[in-house]
Design a binder for this molecule. Structure first.
Ligand SMILES: NC(=O)c1ccc[n+]([C@@H]2O[C@H](COP(=O)([O-])OP(=O)(O)OC[C@H]3O[C@@H](n4cnc5c(N)ncnc54)[C@H](OP(=O)(O)O)[C@@H]3O)[C@@H](O)[C@H]2O)c1
Length: 243
């Protein structure tokens, strides 16, 4: 798939990993709809950066904590920029809970934001895509679905659902739409933590360093562009899954 002149939606595109993917898609020639929830200023900054590099884009906010509201994002982006043929599901929560203390409301919040919204966004994306158009969905998941966190219980289970959804949707939406994922390890410090926090985690990895967004962007572009890959989940974890 040639990214140039396509319209891409990146959820959580205002900051951090989502922003890096949004800017890379714009650099590759896509018109990028930068979705945000609360980060209006950073979303405008990301759009200004896209414009300063000669790109095209727009911004818009939808609370993906409500999966029933998620599909309107596809309409907003299409109204602003034209037919959407690339969807990146990067927005997520990172709830702290365990199997012992999670309650039903918290469990539901994690699953709404991290799993149900990507599912219903993808459904709306597929419904809006023309019969003759090719589409690509990229989900952003977590390498810890294989070695589950104990203290982010509802989050990691929702991400595990996203892994399964990636494979199921790849089959269900083929051949017109490919669905892939990147599974991240130690990429950036979680909100509220500093560089030392992730450097300590990274010391135990085979590659002994923090990933940063560059390897994520490289894998994201590869999965979106490569027309013979679907249902694939690429780990960006410095080899952490091996130890
Ligand atoms: N950073 C890592 O090392 C790492 C590791 C493993 C997996 N991941 C995954 O990679 C992706 C990006 O990570 P990140 O660290 O860049 O994420 P992050 O800083 O936690 O940002 C999450 C994004 O989700 C959006 N969001 C949160 N609640 C929302 C809601 N109710 N409705 C709509 N959007 C909402 C936020 O938008 P606003 O800012 O506009 O509110 C924010 O941009 C996530 O899926 C994460 O699970 C990251």
């Amino acid at each position: 798939m040639n990214i140039s002149n396509r319209v891409a939606v990146v959820t959580g595109g205002a900051r951090r990993v989502g922003r890096a993917i949004a800017l890379a898609l714009a650099d590759a020639g896509a018109s990028v709809f930068v979705h945000y929830n609360s980060s209006a200023g950073p979303a405008e900054d990301a759009l200004a950066e896209i414009h300063s590099r000669g790109g095209r884009g727009a911004v818009g906010s939808v609370d993906l904590g409500d999966p029933a509201a998620a599909p309107q994002l596809i309409d907003m982006a299409a109204d602003a920029l034209g037919e959407v043929s690339i969807l990146v599901n990067s927005a997520s929560g990172f709830a702290t809970d365990t199997i012992t203390d999670v309650d039903l409301a918290g469990w539901q919040r994690s699953h709404d934001l991290t799993l149900a919204s990507p599912v219903f966004l993808t459904q709306a994306f597929a419904a809006a895509l023309g019969d003759d158009s090719q589409g690509a969905v990229l989900n952003v998941t977590d390498v810890r679905t294989s070695t589950p966190y104990l203290k982010h219980f509802s989050y990691v289970i929702a991400k595990g659902g996203l892994d399964t959804f990636t494979r199921a949707a790849a089959v269900a939406l083929a051949p017109g739409i490919r669905v892939n994922a990147v599974a991240l390890g130690v990429i950036l410090p979680p909100p509220g933590e500093d560089a030392a926090y992730v450097e300590e985690l990274a010391a135990d990895l085979p590659l002994q360093r923090v990933g940063g967004t560059e390897p994520v962007v490289a894998a994201a572009l590869h999965l979106i562009q490569n027309d013979f890959v679907t249902g694939e989940i690429i780990r960006l974890d410095g080899g952490g899954h091996l130890t």
